[in-house]
Design a protein around this ligand. Structure first.
Ligand SMILES: *Cc1c(COP(=O)(O)O)cnc(C)c1O
Length: 355
């Protein structure tokens, strides 16, 4: 606290990211990073971009990247918005599309950045509880007494549960007058993207990131796809905030990563395969594991406290995410690592549960 702070800053409750400790031999399964390296073509593009060109500002429109994403998503370039990580895309979305007189609805268990943006922009955010199986119930949104906009991750985080596209469509049809934002940070690990619906629903915005399925969390690139009018709102916010959110390296690396479909396919299939194996191994250890369409699993053990388990894993150099939050305090969110990392996790858990 300082008398120099604005009232707004004094009132904020900022987001707390998962920790990034710099320890050797750490099995880091706490922030849903991809265990595989980025596309070699992306790394080559980054090296090629380093040079005198850095003297100049990047393309403020990142047109090359928008074109690559438009081709990949089969939409027009003016239906694409790009930002410094999908967190920035989401921030602009909250300000430009989700701030209305009626409340913004999102699940009680979902990405914990949503309430933070509500605080930053003075948005009336309201929780809609997931059901007992941690599923989103579309009817709860359709029947809400007041609703100015809707946002949810799909697959949801940190549960990993997927809402089928047919349900998203039912929501869009029942709520044609409000913006519906689907945050697809994990869609490449097991779901069908709602991008297929954007040309039919002018109120749908889909947000994706290169951080998870493209192994580029360190490059900070995210994007949104939707009707051109929604994209224009985001451009207006962006051009009132920072003309150059993506630097030259980010643009070059992201274009190459989007174009390298072979690397993308191989690595995402490897993660999916490891997830299925890890789910079987965890079930064999007595864990209850929610169905997951993401690059993490959400699991609890009926006889062991989740906080104790996280601490015991940490003592063995394995970090997982534990949220001290109502309804989910007995769950661990575990990122899918390499097969060797998953095996190390399972061995450690065997030891902890047996001991
Ligand atoms: C990781 C994540 C993001 C943010 O991704 P960045 O592109 O790295 O900013 C957004 N939404 C959800 C649900 C996430 O898990």
């Amino acid at each position: 606290m300082s008398p120099f702070w604005s009232d707004l800053v004094a009132s904020l409750t900022p987001y707390v990211p998962g920790e990034q400790p710099r320890l050797a031999n750490l099995v880091k399964l706490n922030t849903n990073e991809n265990p595989y390296p980025p596309s070699p073509r992306a790394l080559e593009a980054l090296r090629d971009e380093i040079g005198e060109g850095l003297r100049l500002y990047p393309d403020p429109e990142a047109s090359r990247l928008k074109a690559a994403i438009a081709t990949y998503c089969q939409v027009a370039p003016r239906q694409v918005f790009v930002g410094n990580g999908s967190d920035e895309v989401l921030a602009h979305t909250f300000l430009g599309l989700l701030k209305h007189d009626a409340p913004l609805l999102f699940p009680d268990i979902s990405y914990s950045f949503y309430p933070v943006y509500c605080g930053l922009y003075g948005i009336d955010g309201r929780n809609v509880p997931l059901n007992e199986q941690f599923e989103i119930r579309v009817d709860d949104y359709l029947n809400a007494p007041s609703c100015g906009a809707i946002i949810f991750p799909n697959p949801n985080a940190p549960t990993g549960r997927l809402l089928p596209l047919t349900e998203i469509e039912r929501l869009l049809e029942g709520k044609p007058d409000v913006v519906v934002v689907v945050d697809e940070a994990y869609i490449d690990f097991g779901g069908k993207s709602a991008i297929a619906l954007v040309n039919r629903y002018p109120n749908l915005l889909v947000v994706q990131t290169l951080s998870k399925s493209r192994s580029l969390a360190g490059l900070r690139v995210g994007f949104a796809v939707g009707h051109a009018a929604l994209i224009e709102a985001l451009e207006r916010v962006k051009n009132s905030f920072n003309s150059y959110p993506l630097d030259r390296l980010a643009i070059a690396g992201a274009v190459a990563a989007i174009e390298d479909t072979a690397h993308f396919e191989t690595t995402r299939q490897a993660v999916i395969h490891s997830r299925e194996q890890l789910m079987r191994d965890m079930a064999a250890l007595g864990f209850t594991v929610l169905p997951s369409a993401a690059n993490f699993i959400f699991a609890r053990h009926p006889n062991h406290d989740a906080g104790d388990l996280a601490a015991a894993l940490r003592a063995r150099n394995i970090i997982v995410r534990h949220f001290r939050q109502p309804r989910i305090e007995q769950y661990l969110r575990i990122t899918i690592g390499s097969d060797a990392q998953c095996a190390a996790l399972v061995m450690a858990l065997q030891e902890i549960l047996g001991g």
